[in-house]
Every structure is written in structure tokens, then in C-alpha cells.
Design a protein around this ligand. Structure first.
Ligand code: P1T
Length: 388
């Protein structure tokens, strides 16, 4: 029996089966956690495809194959965190190279660009890539990478992957899309022309807030070979147990994402109609300035909502201290609902001046809508808003 699903299988079938045939020696249906650092060799250099677990591990191989299938990619590589994935990609650059990044990125992504790689002589421009004019003007002769997060974190701006990728391609620049907020289920950057797609799998891909990890996928074999080399040479690989957990999480990705979205839509509408809320940003709302683009390039709107309270930092604190079911915590994309204050928490490493320009004000709240009963989530927000 051939247990490998054909590549044209539906998303849910690939999520459950891709890269995961029953284990050869025992028939175990679930891919085992190959908790080993090394592999016996018959003769020096003569082995069964595995020699050392930094280089390759069967649990990681299965997980990478599954992600590749979900992204419609030939290759995927897993890392020990989302930022370790970013680090590997930036290691393909040389001193004097230039990177264009969207201006609204996760605080940690900004930090590794601005505080780690800038020091090594890589140049960065942070640009509002939602403005195609600005995007076009940002290219320089030494531009090597175009980095975008879409939707952006935390302002949920939508960047036009297809147009931006083609602008980059014309100039021989590689495009990277951080697909963390949409997951492989709602957005397919490679099909829209991106060269590399990355995820913090810490979020929706794993979905249970019990793993920190990252992954990338590509159809460019040359890029893959270089990044595969770096995965081993730099060595920020995920442990076998984490690979197993993410793979288990992926099996329900399609089901979870549908529920995240259903709940988020309802909460976004509820917040939009609430008198203590100034403005709600959710790509699925008609009021989102790029709702049409979101509808075109995504197959769903996801579970992330950003909103402004009417009030100041004290009001925001009061609200955040009073939620009960939502956990006040960094991160997102887990089955449980999280809430946070970007200016003080996830985006503190962005300079205050820049935060102001981006709109990350003290009354800005970010929520990751989980898959609990939506009536309970709504009731919790309602009672905390009463305290403001
Ligand atoms: O935390 P890590 O797995 O290293 O991933 C970093 C990262 C990369 N890209 C995006 C879009 C992200 O949101 C993150 C991590 N973000 C959070 C921890 C957060 O709360 O926004």
C-alpha cells in the first residue's frame, strides 16, 4: 500500500498524511520521535541517509515534507524559532547588501535586522510597502531581499504579494513573505510569486502554544541548497520532540483556522459596534482599507484583531488587567485566546518615534482569537470593557 498522498490532494489530507507514511519497521501510524543525535554507519561514510541529527533527523524530515506539501513547495527547512529562520535567510547576504523590509514588522524581526545584521554591514530600508510608489523607489542596485509580513504585525496592513514580488523579480531581488498570521491554510505566497515563505510555527502552524519554532519553504533549488547548508552549518535546528509536536499540530490546522476565523469575525463586529472602542482593524471587515486586496490574495481573514480603545494607557491597562478568559501574554495563534499591548510588550524594541508613525499607540490592543466558545470570549471582553 502506498501511503503517500498525491500532491493534488486537498489541504486536510496533506496536513494529516504528507511526509508521514507508517513507520517502516513497526508500522507505527504516527511518525516516531527519533530522539537520537547520531546514526550507526556500516563503513565510514556508508550510512542510510542519516549521519548526525543537526544535519538530518527523520522526525524533522517528515515535518519538513509536510510543510512543503502545505505550501505547494518542493523544499522546506525547519529551525528552532521563527527568528532562527530569519537569521538563516539573512546569512545568505554579504556586507554591503541591501534589504527592503515592510515598516510594520514583528518587533523581534525589526531587532534582528536593526541590531544584529546592520552591525555586520547589511543595509536596511523600512518602507510602507502598502504604498507601491514607495516600494518601487526603495530598490537600490545592491538590493538583494524584499522582506514582507502580510498581514503586518500588529497593524494588519495587507501587502500585495503578487505585485511586490514582480517588482522584485524584475530587479533580480528575492522576495520573502512571513506567512505567520495567515498560516499555510489561508495564504499561499509562493503561488503569488514569492521566492521564500517563512513562518513562526510557534503560532498557528503548531497552534497549541507549547513549541517555539520556525520553518521556511521554497521552490528555488539554489536558494534551498544554500539554506540547507546554513541550517547545518549554523545549526539552529529544532529538537525531534518539537518536530513531532508541530506535525501533530499541523494535522488540525485547517479545522482550527476555520474556527479562529469564525470567532474573530464575530468578535471584530462586536468590537466595531462597542461605544468604548475607537477603531477596529480586521482584514475581514468592510471598513479595513485593504479589504478588497485581502479578499483577493487570502482565502480567509485569520484570527488576529487589532483595536484602539477610547482612552489612554491607563484605560488600556485597566482593560488588560480585567480580562479573565483571555490571557494577557505575548504570542498568538494558539487554541486559547491571548491579548496584549504591542507598545509595551511585543513591539517594545521598535523605537518610540517609529511606533508613533506606525500607529502603535498606547491605546492599541492586539488580540489573538482562540477557538473557545465565542459567546464566552465576547462576554469576557464585554465585562473588561465595562471596567474602562
Ligand atoms: O518567536 P519566534 O518563533 O522566534 O518568531 C518570531 C516571529 C516572526 N514573525 C512573526 C510575524 C511573528 O509574529 C513572530 C513572533 N511574534 C510574537 C511573539 C508576537 O507576539 O507577535
Amino acid at each position: 500500500m502506498n501511503h503517500t498522498p498525491p500532491t493534488h490532494s486537498g489541504f486536510g489530507t496533506l496536513a494529516i498524511h504528507a511526509g508521514q507514511p507508517p513507520e517502516a519497521t513497526t508500522g507505527a501510524v504516527m511518525t516516531p520521535i527519533f530522539q537520537t543525535s547520531t546514526y550507526v554507519q556500516e563503513s565510514p561514510g556508508k550510512h542510510r541517509g542519516y549521519e548526525y541529527s543537526r544535519t538530518d533527523n527523520p522526525t524533522r524530515t517528515a515535518y519538513q515534507s509536510c510543510v512543503a506539501a502545505l505550501e505547494g513547495a518542493q523544499h522546506a527547512l525547519a529551525f528552532s524559532s521563527g527568528l532562527a529562520t530569519t537569521d538563516a535567510i539573512l546569512h545568505t547576504l554579504r556586507t554591503g547588501d541591501h534589504v527592503i523590509s515592510c515598516d510594520d514588522v514583528y518587533g523581534g524581526t525589526f531587532r534582528i535586522f536593526d541590531k544584529v545584521f546592520k552591525k555586520m554591514g547589511i543595509e536596511f530600508s523600512f518602507v510602507d510597502l502598502a504604498d507601491l510608489n514607495q516600494a518601487e523607489k526603495a530598490f537600490r542596485p545592491n538590493t538583494k531581499l524584499l522582506w514582507m509580513e502580510t498581514p503586518t504585525n500588529p497593524m494588519l496592513k495587507i501587502l500585495d504579494i503578487q505585485t511586490l514580488s514582480s517588482l522584485a523579480k524584475k530587479r533580480g531581488v528575492l522576495t520573502v513573505v512571513d506567512n505567520t498570521f495567515m498560516s499555510s491554510y489561508f495564504q499561499k505566497p509562493l503561488q503569488l510569486g514569492a521566492d521564500i515563505v517563512v513562518h513562526s510555527v510557534t503560532k498557528y502552524m503548531n497552534g497549541h502554544s507549547d513549541v517555539v519554532g520556525g520553518v521556511l519553504a521554497t521552490n528555488n533549488s539554489q536558494v534551498y541548497t544554500e539554506l540547507k547548508f546554513l541550517q547545518n552549518a549554523v545549526g539552529a535546528v529544532p529538537a525531534p520532540m518539537d518536530c513531532f509536536l508541530v506535525m501533530r499540530g499541523l494535522k488540525t490546522l485547517h479545522v482550527r483556522m476555520e474556527r479562529h476565523e469564525k470567532n474573530a469575525k464575530e468578535i471584530a463586529h462586536f468590537l466595531e459596534g462597542h461605544p468604548k472602542v475607537e477603531r477596529v482593524i480586521y482584514p475581514g471587515l468592510e471598513s479595513h482599507p485593504q479589504h478588497a486586496l485581502a479578499k483577493k490574495q487570502m482565502s480567509g481573514f485569520g484570527g488576529m484583531i487589532t483595536f484602539f480603545l477610547k482612552g489612554d494607557l491607563a484605560a488600556a491597562r485597566r482593560f488588560l488587567e480585567n480580562v479573565q478568559l483571555f490571557s494577557l501574554a505575548e504570542s498568538l495563534g494558539g487554541v486559547e485566546s491571548l491579548i496584549e499591548h504591542p507598545a509595551i510588550m511585543t513591539h517594545a524594541s521598535i523605537p518610540a518615534e517609529t511606533r508613533k508613525i506606525l500607529g502603535i499607540h498606547d491605546n492599541l490592543i492586539r488580540v489573538s482569537i482562540g477557538i473557545e466558545e465565542v459567546s464566552d470570549l465576547r462576554a469576557d471582553l464585554e465585562q473588561a470593557l465595562k471596567e474602562v
